[in-house]
Design a protein around this ligand. Structure first.
Ligand SMILES: *Cc1c(COP(=O)(O)O)cnc(C)c1O
Length: 685
């Protein structure tokens, strides 16, 4: 972005655009929306493109109304960034001034305008960073800039998923080149077999926090090498190990060049574990022995695991591993055996094992996942349950309503405090219901426009959501364990549930299947075919290209959030937390985070207390429970009105908000990480 181009009265617009603070502050986002509403939608809420392409700047520079919005936003950003009275300042003043935490993650889900995430892991990392910023925790993120992101999903006339890859240039994204002390653009390099790979370092500003992203698409690298960072979770094993070297080794080198000097290193999933080898190499270079280096690195590294299935953990065969890491025994002043043993598991080099061996603390992401991980990884794995960033996921209407009723109370600063949400009980049902109904209408309009484009493209019949129907949302990755098609087990019964004209029910599905996951893709086709095949019409709707934008609309604007994974394979799940926060009760198998939240009044539990040995029997029992709850609880309660208002339903909404919002916020989660992991393992001087 060329700042000279900007009228003097708007000269800080590029700065506003380059700090993703706008993504969770409506009054900042409003600047872009007010500047050019049409282009804001067309660019998919990308302020870098908006500022480059809009023709409205000269007019805006003279428009007193716009200038007021702009100046208020700049003022709000300045106050936020300069605020010295943060939670961290108050709680750990010495640590607030330290080099802080380095948080390494293969994906970050911050906003749809920066598509470097695939699903829950990335969104969790993004929410972690945003809460670190809100809390004043000194944290620096490290990741990869994928030139084509994950992929854009298209669903054909036959219901088949196809993947579309769109390259983006970093210049059209809310990013900037990272610079070193002398103001030069920063580059680092890593060793790959027979060559050096050059990496450019980019910087994303997220409130007070920076994330550094590595990019191999730079002159000097071969064409093949330039593609090493093109896709998230794409390519084969060579690409995977290369990306993990880029993230771990390149990431540490990038921090040394442009970042602070972190006191604690956090590996978010095993992808990042090579960071420990690079830090050991530094220690050996500084005179330590292999054993000393291992001890010192381990003492200041923490590791979070997210995967309850063994196949989900990256592992490399010896041949591949030694092709890429042959130089490392010497750099670490040791032999091949000792290096191999750091990650060996079942005859392969396992990144989770490496992370376990080179971290002082290991944690899972829910209580159940902790139990599973302790058994699977054979180690003292603790748990810190995931949460969501309240301000990124709470709808504007609910936020306004809450602001009105919480007047004078601390909820905006301390959303993690249960008592801060006690006002929810006092919100009149009528007001809660009106706010929900209006949001739901907006969500339906948004989704129906998408569905129309989708069906026009494939020449199909458009489906639409009816804002007066009971709408049940199901959106997440199409991984098979999530059993998206369970609902279709008894089409006749499903038709009876959805087809009552006085009490219509609709299901909206969205989600991507990994390009190599054929069974996951089959699920999408089956759901797509259900409308025709079982005469379900528009009762089952499948929306393509799930991303954070669609997620935001769905978790605030449907009526119920459904989740029916096969227990205990959902490590945590977080979309249900986003929904609950907006008064969309969770209707879920007691897996992941839900058993910790469910109290019988804040949503529904599918298959409660039934644990069977065979998958078939479990599926049958779960779907029986699912239908039964829909028929006897959810549908009748939703349609029980007095006037227009469903008072019984509103009670569930309120219970859902007040029990889930505080405990399952990343504000609580990042405080837990700080108290339990960061401070004891090096953050305090
Ligand atoms: C929150 C979120 C997820 C995670 O959903 P789960 O419930 O954990 O499966 C995935 N994708 C997007 C875009 C999200 O916003």
């Amino acid at each position: 972005m060329d700042t000279n181009f900007f009228p003097e009265s708007l000269h800080r617009l590029p700065e506003l655009a380059r700090n993703l603070l706008w993504s969770w502050r409506p009054s900042l986002e409003n600047v872009f929306e007010s500047l050019d509403r049409k282009l804001w939608e067309e660019t998919e809420h990308n302020p870098a493109r908006l500022l480059a392409e809009t023709k409205n700047l000269p007019g805006a520079a003279e428009d007193p109304e716009f200038l007021e919005i702009y100046e208020r936003a700049v003022g709000e950003m300045d106050v936020y960034l300069a605020d010295a009275s943060t939670w961290m300042e108050a709680t750990y003043p010495e640590a607030a001034a330290s080099g802080g935490v380095a948080y390494f993650s293969a994906e970050f889900g911050l906003h749809e305008s920066l598509p470097i995430y695939s699903g829950g892991l990335g969104v969790l990392a993004g929410d972690h960073v945003k809460s670190a910023s809100d809390l004043g925790l000194p944290l620096t993120g490290v990741g990869i800039l994928y030139a084509q992101g994950y992929f854009r999903q298209r669903i054909g006339a036959d219901g088949r998923q196809s993947e579309v890859y769109e390259a983006f240039t970093p210049e059209t994204r809310p990013l900037e080149a990272a610079t070193d002390e002398d103001g030069n653009e920063a580059y680092v390099s890593v060793e790959l077999p027979g060559r050096e790979l050059r990496l450019k370092v980019w910087r994303v500003r997220v409130g007070r926090v920076s994330i550094f992203l590595l990019d191999a698409d730079v002159p000097g690298n071969s064409d093949d090498d330039r593609r090493l960072t093109s896709r998230l979770y794409g390519g084969g094993e060579h690409m995977r190990i290369s990306q993990e070297i880029i993230l771990g080794v390149g990431g540490v080198r990038a921090l040394r060049k442009v970042g602070p000097s972190p006191a604690v290193f956090h590996m978010n999933e095993g992808h990042a574990a090579f960071l420990a080898l690079e830090r050991m190499r530094e220690a050996v270079e500084g005179g330590s022995s292999f054993g000393e280096a291992k001890r010192s690195v381990k003492a200041t590294t923490v590791f979070t695991t997210h995967t309850p299935v063994p196949a989900g953990h990256d592992a490399f065969d010896g041949d591949l591993f030694w092709e890429f890491l042959s130089g490392w025994p010497e750099s670490l002043s040791t032999d091949g055996d000792a290096l191999w043993r750091l990650g060996e598991s079942g005859g392969r080099f396992n990144m989770t094992r490496l992370a376990m061996n080179l971290s002082t603390s290991q944690n899972a992401v829910s209580e159940i996942h902790g139990e599973v991980s302790r058994a699977m990884l054979d180690g003292p794995v603790k748990h810190i349950t995931n949460g969501v960033h309240t301000w990124s996921w709470l709808s504007p209407r609910m936020r306004n309503l809450f602001e009105k009723h919480a007047r004078g109370r601390a909820w905006t600063r301390c959303p993690e405090t249960p008592s801060a949400w006690s006002f929810v009980e006092e919100v009149p049902d009528e007001e809660l219901w009106t706010a929900h109904a209006e949001t739901k209408r907006e969500t339906c309009a948004f989704i129906n426009a998408r569905l129309e484009t989708q069906s026009r493209r494939v020449g199909g019949r458009p489906q639409a959501l009816d804002p007066d129907a009971l709408i049940i949302g199901f959106a997440r990755r199409f991984a098979t364990y999530k059993r998206a098609t369970l609902l279709l087990s008894d089409p006749g019964r499903l038709r009876r549930i959805t087809g009552d004209p006085s009490r219509p029910v609709q299901f909206v599905f969205a989600g991507k299947a990994h390009p190599a996951d054929e069974p996951g893709k089959e699920f999408i086709s089956s759901l797509h075919a259900a409308a025709e095949e079982y005469g379900l019409g528009a009762s089952v709707v499948v929306l393509e290209d799930y991303d954070m934008n669609i997620a935001r609309h769905l978790v605030r604007g449907v009526d119920v959030w459904m989740n029916n994974p096969r227990r205990p394979l959902e490590a945590s799940g977080t979309s249900g937390q986003k929904a609950s926060l907006n008064g969309i009760p969770n209707f879920s198998v007691l897996d992941g985070w839900w058993p910790e939240a469910y109290n019988g009044k804040n949503g529904w539990a599918i298959g409660e207390g039934v644990e069977l040995d065979s998958e078939e029997a479990q599926d049958a029992a779960d779907v029986e429970s699912l239908y039964e709850i829909l028929e006897n609880s959810i549908v009748p309660l939703f349609y029980e009105r007095s006037g227009d208002v469903p008072h019984g339903w509103a009670a569930v909404m309120k219970e859902s908000i007040s029990t889930v919002a505080p405990e399952f916020s990343t504000q609580r989660m990042v405080q837990d990480y700080t108290h339990k992991l960061y401070v004891p393992n090096g953050l305090m001087p």
